[in-house]
Design a binder for this molecule. Structure first.
Ligand code: NDP
Length: 451
């Protein structure tokens, strides 16, 4: 049987574009359909614009520090529209890069929605049908708001980059990556930020001590964080959005942002009709090779809701090409993935939290928290944290948790050692780089506790 293509990819985000490009470079005839903008969540409405906003939001702190270091400088006002214009220009540039990468690799692109109509067939929005030997689902995910009255008054992280003006007073709901990162960003940009999180501490699932410090630092920097708190009612009034919360407070905000999780983009895609299995959150269920129940159809990235991070989607895409087009079955390794939360201060983490490790085996905890030199000199109260969770039996570092400016950069490098199975003694025999914050990771001699 002959097909129009060897591979048809649905979704032009990080995972889909990488898989399409690499398959095409290997000689496959590839097409890709994208209904929105190339680059997907990461480039258009996620990691990239978010990180640029993090940079923008850090300048008031830098200016204060510069004054403390003897510089005669004063901060002015932040021009949101000037920044937003520059940001949009940068995203246009990056989208162009994605488009040309596809074009130069010989991938045919369709700027339209596509859905499945057969094990080897997709239908474009205009009704045209295309056949392919393999189909790759890489549609990503989308923010979800809680089902509550008035939720339509709130925005999500999709809209935050397009605001006409910065709100004076803003409520952020949620305690995950997105809620915490944007609470810090907007606080840094001068917005009066309140954050409601329903649980007992933000960043559920991460190391307890590390998230405790992030939470303290966020409060110290001005985020009005309320734990164990959720919205009861919200309504539009002449002054803004009036929110009644479960902690008894009623407040009026200019904007409310829900960062209450994301769901895979699997609705109205013809998936279940074809016999694909979907999970509770709507995610496509796949095996370790990213293959679905229908052998010709694979899925990668956030649409599978495994580990929802750009570099993971890219790896899943590469492993898919290796498996399907290079005859080399390659499962994706989802163990020991380093990650960073770009709060202020950042958190960088890999491996098990202390709480998870203690459940698994006897551990030793090495931990230090201190005022870093640069900020301390400037008179800031900021603290950082370096923590290792070590197996008593194998001596391996099971988890490494860093809360510090630049923790994302640090954990990338520490992550190599942890991934290689380094022991505490391997860390110890590495000479410190002095004076740095990260030297503490190799100079912690005594465990603070055994558990
Ligand atoms: P998360 O799943 O991380 O967090 C969702 C938050 O919303 C949780 O705190 C959750 O509470 C809360 N929540 C869920 N439902 C409700 C509700 N009905 N009412 C009130 N609160 C609710 O999702 P995010 O949207 O923050 O991020 C999605 C994913 O994107 C992340 O998991 C991560 O994989 C990725 N990401 C990665 C980044 C990075 O690498 N730096 C940055 C941003 C996103 P509870 O804890 O109680 O469930």
């Amino acid at each position: 049987m002959s097909f129009d293509y060897d591979l048809f990819v649905i979704g032009g985000g990080s995972g889909g574009v990488r898989a399409a490009r690499v398959a095409a470079q290997g000689g496959a005839k590839v097409a890709l359909a994208e209904e929105s903008r190339y680059g997907g969540t990461c480039v258009i409405r996620g990691c990239v614009p978010k990180k640029l906003m993090v940079f923008a939001s850090e300048y008031p702190g830098h200016i204060e520090d510069a004054q403390a270091y003897g510089w005669d400088v004063t901060g002015g006002d932040f021009d949101w529209l000037a920044f937003r214009g520059k940001l949009e220009g940068e995203l246009d540039r990056l989208e162009g890069v994605y488009r040309s990468l596809l074009k130069n690799s010989g991938v045919e692109t369709f700027d339209t929605r596509a859905k499945l109509v057969g094990a080897h067939e997709v239908e474009l929005a205009d009704g045209t049908r295309k056949s392919a030997k393999h189909i790759l689902l890489a549609m990503g995910g989308w923010p979800v708001k809680p089902e509550q009255k008035g939720a339509e008054l709130g925005i999500t992280s999709n809209e935050i980059f397009h605001l006409g003006k910065l709100p004076g007073k803003m409520l952020i709901v949620g305690g995950g990556y997105i809620a915490c990162e944007f609470a810090c960003i907007l606080n840094g940009l001068g917005v009066e930020v309140t954050q409601y999180y329903r649980g007992e501490q933000i960043l559920r699932g991460f190391d307890g001590e590390a998230r405790g410090l992030v939470s303290e630092e966020m409060i110290q920097k001005g985020v009005d964080l309320h734990l164990g708190t959720n919205i009861l009612e919200m309504e539009k009034t002449g002054e803004g959005i009036r929110v009644k919360a479960s902690n008894g407070r009623t407040d009026v905000f200019d904007e409310v942002m829900f960062a209450t999780g994301r769901a895979p983009n699997t609705r109205d895609m013809g998936l279940e009709e074809l016999g694909l299995e979907l999970g509770r959150n709507g995610e496509v269920i796949v095996d370790e090779y990213s293959q679905t129940k229908v052998p010709s159809i694979y899925a990668i990235g956030d649409v599978t809701d495994r580990v929802n991070l750009t570099p993971v989607a890219i790896r899943e895409g590469m492993a898919f090409v290796e498996t399907v087009f290079n005859g080399n079955p390659t499962p994706v390794d989802h163990e020991l993935i380093p990650t960073a939360i770009f709060t202020q201060p950042e958190m960088g983490t890999i491996g098990l939290s202390e709480e998870e490790a203690r459940e698994q085996e006897p551990v030793e905890i090495y931990c230090t928290s201190f005022k870093p030199m640069q900020q301390s000199f400037a008179g800031r109260a900021d603290r950082v944290l370096m923590k290792l969770v070590v197996s008593q039996q194998s001596r391996k570092v099971l988890g490494c948790h860093i809360v510090a400016p630049g923790a994302g950069e640090m954990i990338q490098l520490a992550g190599i050692a942890v991934k290689m199975g380094a022991t505490k003694e391997d860390f110890d025999r590495t000479v410190a780089v002095h004076p740095t914050m990260s030297e503490e990771i190799v100079t912690m001699r005594e465990p603070v506790r055994k558990a």
